[in-house]
Design a protein around this ligand. Structure first.
Ligand SMILES: [Zn+2]
Length: 109
């Protein structure tokens, strides 16, 4: 695995491109990543995918609850959808914070 020195893009393929696909820098911009760092990234791949999938589904719950709030069928429904809406926002922010922590801890790539 190689990393672009300019922008941090990670290249998984053996053959290096002429230019970095992210920042378009060319020349000797790629450095090989140490095995330990590479293992750390690979070990966190599935969990990161789950976090992204979780955020996608929480965004769907957010949309559904917003629609439910707009319907205002009765007070109890409105309160329930409002609670779900607020909880979804909090959970989305918690997932984002976890992803940010992974990026900061080099568990992303
Ligand atoms: Zn780059």
């Amino acid at each position: 695995m190689y990393k672009c020195k300019e922008c941090g893009y990670l290249h998984w393929l053996e053959e290096l491109p002429e230019r970095c696909p992210k920042c378009l820098s060319k020349g000797e911009v790629f450095v090989e990543i140490e095995e330990k760092a590479e293992n750390k990234i690979e070990e966190s791949l599935y969990t990161n995918e789950l976090l992204i999938e979780l955020m996608d589904n929480l965004n769907k719950v957010l949309d559904i609850s917003a629609e439910g709030m707009n319907e205002k069928l009765d007070d109890d429904c409105y309160k329930l959808f409002t609670r779900v809406y607020k909880n979804s926002i909090e959970m989305i922010q918690a997932v984002k914070a976890e992803i940010a922590a992974h990026v900061e801890d080099d568990k992303w790539g």
